[in-house]
Design a protein around this ligand. Structure first.
Ligand code: BES
Ligand code: ZN
Ligand code: ZN
Length: 500
């Protein structure tokens, strides 16, 4: 993607896109557009209200040719998320018309720093042509965009010729970063949207190995025999009903030089959650192919971090298995062991995510002693009932870490909301027969008691954060009529790694 800067209105691409928020200088923009197109302000206002994702196309003469001018609505008080959504929608619907390049007029935008607006726009542009119809025999006929040949021309206000060097670099960086994040999101949307029969745990492992080779990070995959030897008994207990053996994917990215903070990222990789013998109702069971959304966030972040050469030492750990029904399945009431040595009474085989995470978290702490320990999981329906699809649940024993993640969430639109993990909640997880049980005694505060279960296996790590992304990993979008993958977590984590 070629980036060109322009300090005055004009276009070399033939298409000008002006993002317009529904407040402030809205009027100024309309009179500006009126002066350029020769169309009256009144007519333009009839055609365009500035609602989020709304578009209006006009034409104007410049440099002896006819150029297209697109007003792109951002709605009221737009942030990063709205920018992404608007551009994603624009490119989803008009990808063909815009495939050679666009001129982006950011002069009118007062809602953020140019590099942030550009990052958001590029994220939306690159994801816009996403095609969820991977397994259709007849393709939708949409051409993909060749980003190498694409020209992105940006008009920005306040660009002083004397500072152009620095600013241009900053903006070029923003474009590159955003494209890398979008490409990771795209792949992970593919992986989360893929049906369970096309993505057994071995498929996740193969993806990681391939990506590691391509972008220079280390990937080790522990398979059945190794997991038995290591004593990954909770992961193995969940896997008992499945025809596919489990894997533990361990990825490590180290920056070339200097000492760096060590960050452990753990992601739930349940490739399909039937509930096991505590079987789920069938109505929405097909959505449970998305139960590896946490794993996707970790895999995508590993690739993006390696490509961006972030100055952090990153450990990614993904325990992966299907949760299935079989004569061999773990039964409600069974007592199992775990990597930590602690015993667990399995009251409900549908609370399987916490079991495989218990092993993965404990493994990560004991073998890598990370400075920060973060996990992401589509863990509980309770979290969806609490926060809906507007935010992921955040649980942490470290206020500074929680604040950093909350702030980044607000800024990127991948919002989190913190819930308490007071010790009193742990009472509910005590078992009569084993060290802990996997289901709370009462049906209340399920997302919190799940977090307390996880905490029990972190060896009292002092900077741990758990993100329950059950409500945000899979949702509505322009790409599909049913729910589909959102790519949630990758941008959030990359921003975190840049800040930490
Ligand atoms: N994978 C589910 C959680 C989930 C539900 C994710 C809906 C996305 C959408 C998890 O393994 C699960 O089944 N949790 C149970 C826990 C309960 C048995 C304590 C739940 O939330 O009902
Ligand atoms: Zn479950
Ligand atoms: Zn699950």
């Amino acid at each position: 993607m070629e980036l060109e800067l322009r300090q005055q209105f004009g276009t070399s691409t033939g298409v000008v896109v002006i993002p317009v928020a529904k407040q402030g200088d809205f009027k100024d923009i309309l009179s500006f557009v009126a002066s350029i197109t020769g169309i009256s302000e009144a007519l333009i206002t009839e055609d365009f209200k500035g609602e989020l994702k709304e578009t209006a196309h006009f034409f104007f003469q410049d440099a002896n040719r006819t150029n297209r001018l697109i007003l792109l609505g951002l709605g009221e008080n737009p942030g990063f998320k709205e920018f992404v959504l608007a551009f994603r929608n624009l490119f989803f619907r008009n990808g063909e018309k815009l495939s050679k390049g666009i001129t982006l007029d950011l002069q009118q935008s007062t809602t953020g720093a140019p590099y942030q607006l550009l990052e958001a726009a590029v994220n939306g542009m690159v994801l816009g042509p996403y095609d969820a119809g991977k397994f259709k025999t007849e393709k939708n006929g949409k051409k993909s965009i060749d980003w190498e040949a694409f020209t992105l021309e940006v008009i920005i206000a306040g660009t002083r010729p004397d500072s152009l060097g620095g600013e241009e670099n900053e903006l070029k960086q923003a474009v590159r970063k955003s494209r890398i994040i979008a490409e990771a999101q795209w792949q992970m949307m593919d992986l989360v949207n893929a049906p369970a029969n096309k993505k057994p745990p071995q498929h996740l492992a193969a993806w990681a190995i391939e990506s590691g080779k391509k972008y220079g990070y280390e990937v080790k995959v522990y398979e059945l025999k190794a997991l038995e030897k290591m004593g990954m008994e909770a992961l193995l207990a969940v896997n008992r009903g499945s025809e596919h053996p489990p894997v533990l994917i361990v990825m490590e990215y180290k920056p070339k030089a200097g000492s760096a903070k060590k960050i452990g990222l753990v992601g739930k990789g349940v490739t399909f959650d039937t509930g096991g013998l505590s079987l789920k109702p069938s109505g929405n069971m097909h959505h449970m192919k998305s139960d590896m959304g946490g794993a996707a966030a970790v895999l995508g972040t590993m690739e993006a971090a390696a490509r961006l050469k972030l100055p952090v030492h990153l450990i990614g750990v993904v325990p992966s298995t299907e949760n299935s029904v079989d004569a061999n399945s773990t039964k409600p009431g069974d007592v199992i062991g775990s990597y930590s040595g602690k015993t667990i009474e399995v009251i409900d085989t549908d609370a399987e995510g916490r079991l495989i995470l218990a092993d993965a978290l404990n493994y990560t702490v004991k073998n890598y002693q990370p400075d920060y320990l973060l996990d992401l999981a589509t863990l509980t329906g309770s979290c969806i009932r609490t926060l809906g699809t507007q935010a992921g649940g955040l649980f942490s024993n470290n206020d500074a870490l929680a604040k950093t993640l909350l702030d980044i969430g607000m800024q990127t639109g991948e919002r989190l909301w913190q819930l308490p993990i007071w010790e009193d909640y742990f009472q509910e997880m005590k078992s009569d027969v084993a060290d802990i049980k996997n289901l709370s005694s009462t049906p209340a505060a399920g997302a919190i008691t799940a977090a307390k279960f996880l905490e029990y296996f972190t060896e009292k790590h002092t900077a741990w954060a758990h993100m329950d992304i059950a409500g945000v990993a899979f949702g509505s979008s322009e790409f599909t009529s049913q729910k589909s993958a959102t790519g949630f977590g990758i941008r959030l984590l990359v921003e975190f790694l840049e800040k930490v």
